[in-house]
Design a protein around this ligand. Structure first.
Ligand code: GLU
Length: 501
């Protein structure tokens, strides 16, 4: 049980081999929340010892994801801290020394088995229907034989000695007591032939050196944990508390993949999700506050989070729920914040979903502040802002002739409605929503039309859309001159029966 008064030291230790996916970032988020709740430290450590799979853009994406979600860290690369460096490739010497000390103490040994020999062994085991397992042959190599192999340029690894019988158990905060039979674990490599440590060795040493109290990580690591415990034992050090968080599955209960939507936090950013909505959504992947509350801001999550309430069954990733949540966050956000959030989306190039390129950048912020309240309630995604607001920003719109008539209106009726609407538009003053509304209602009455019949073609003429925000506020924001031009254009479209090219 974690008392919220005991400060934790927790770490997010990604391997920069691919863009961090939601499950990976969830680990970071849980760690961050727990650190903030307890007044502890959140540490970021880059586990880049697999040099063949190292990917610089993945490392950049890791920090960008943390930054976007506001997961600031207390110690880590760039920032530094008392246990620097926080990038494993820069700590190599420590791992080599530690591995050699285990050889010295008899807990580990050099092995010169070649990859070809290992392949042959696995092949034999497969043929004999035995599980693939290293057979411990290196234990019997003498120092002289190892030396000869080394001179001959053969790859030399260091392997940990694992007892052949017995079991390893540990108490996992989420899963409870977990036991593994040692039969399932062979003498595994801790130092590779390129003198780089394996993940098993490196993270155990670093977690210990960095004073990590809780290892919070994905469930996929649970079967490796006995190995980690054995490394602790060999060094005579205490293991941390393990918290293995459940897998994340799609709604169809299969492993989360592209099929279920975006799988990286940054993709959600680019698709127009609000950072606080994604934060809230991720916090509920495998954790719940114990009641039905779903919308919680960061402070509330920090207050209510508890590792004891992490679920041991898989979390279901429901992208529709995320969209709904995003809509709630957009509705609840202030006008100023929404302006700030949509601006970069509106200013993207048109080909990437921004406003038409004809609209001058930077876009007029004061004008955006004026029009955004008109669509605030309707936005579900920030990316929708361009198509929802474009008619406010462009010079002209080009509705299709067939979209102009309202319900039960023929072309003639639509034409006369638009012509009268245009005349009124030229003279009405002040050009303000309330006044516009009463004048246009009076016009409808005079023309013996239902108000909606008059308003529909005017809406399509002035916005180019069948669905648009409240008409008279919209017209006032578009301005009298542009409304006149657009109504003239619509009259012309109807007259010629075609949209201007
Ligand atoms: N480097 C490992 C990963 O990327 C860390 C696992 C752990 O948290 O121990 O998943």
């Amino acid at each position: 049980m974690t008392s919220s008064t005991t400060p934790v030291r927790v770490r997010y230790a990604p391997s920069p081999t691919g863009i961090p996916h939601i499950g990976n970032i969830r680990t970071a988020l849980f760690c961050w929340v727990l650190a903030r709740q307890t007044g502890g430290q959140f540490i970021v450590r880059i586990e880049d010892t697999d040099r063949a799979r190292y990917d610089n853009s993945a490392e950049k994406a890791i920090f960008e994801s943390l930054d976007w979600l506001g997961l600031d860290y207390d110690e880590g690369p760039i920032k530094g801290g008392p246990h620097a460096p926080y990038t494993q490739s820069e700590r190599q010497q420590k791992y080599v020394e530690a591995a050699l000390s285990l050889v010295e103490s008899g807990h580990a040994y050099f092995d010169d088995t070649t990859p070809e020999q290992l392949d042959a062994l696995r092949e034999r085991q497969r043929a004999a229907k035995q599980p693939p397992r290293y057979d411990g042959r290196g234990r019997h190599r003498s120092p002289g034989e190892i030396e000869e192999s080394r001179k001959a340029g053969l790859p030399i690894t260091v392997r940990l000695k694992v007892a052949e019988f017995g079991s390893v158990s540990f108490q996992d905060t989420v899963r409870g007591k977990v036991t593994f039979d040692l039969k399932e674990i062979d003498d595994f490599v801790i130092l590779k032939s390129d003198q780089m440590p394996t993940y098993h060795l490196a993270h155990v040493l670093d977690d210990h050196a960095m004073g990590i109290t809780h290892v919070i990580r994905g469930d996929e690591w649970i079967s490796s944990t006995p190995r980690h415990l054995m490394i602790h034992q060999a060094f005579g050090i205490e293991p941390p508390i393990y918290v293995h968080v459940p897998l994340i599955l799609g709604k169809d209960r299969s492993k989360l993949s592209k099929r279920h939507g975006a799988t990286s936090a940054l993709e959600y950013r680019d698709r127009g999700f609000m950072q606080d909505a994604v934060f809230n959504f991720i916090s509920l992947l495998g954790w719940s506050p114990g009641d039905d509350t779903e919308i919680m801001n960061r402070d509330e999550i920090v207050k209510r989070f508890s590792i004891d309430r992490i679920n041991d069954s898989p979390a279901i990733f429901d992208s529709e729920k995320l969209e709904w949540m995003n809509g709630v966050y957009i509705r609840n956000t202030s006008k100023e914040h929404l302006v700030e959030a949509v601006l970069p989306f509106l200013e993207r190039p048109e080909s990437e979903g921004g406003l038409p390129d004809s609209v001058v950048r930077p876009i007029d912020r004061a004008y955006l502040e004026r029009v955004i309240p008109l669509v605030h309630e309707r936005l579900k995604l920030l990316t929708e802002a361009s198509e929802t607001l474009d008619f406010f920003f462009v010079d002209s719109v080009n509705p299709k002739a067939e979209e102009l008539p309202g319900r039960n209106m023929d072309a003639e009726m639509t034409s006369s409605a638009l012509a009268s609407a245009l005349e009124l538009c030229k003279t009405v003053t002040p050009f303000e929503p309330q006044h516009l509304e009463s004048e246009y209602r009076a016009l409808a009455e005079k023309m013996e039309m239902k108000p909606g019949q008059l308003f529909s073609p005017v809406r399509v003429a002035t916005t180019g859309k069948v669905f648009a925000p409240p008409l008279f506020e919209t017209m006032a924001a578009i301005g009298q001159d542009r409304c006149i031009e657009r109504l003239e254009n619509a009259v012309e479209i109807l007259r010629s029966g075609a949209t201007a090219p």
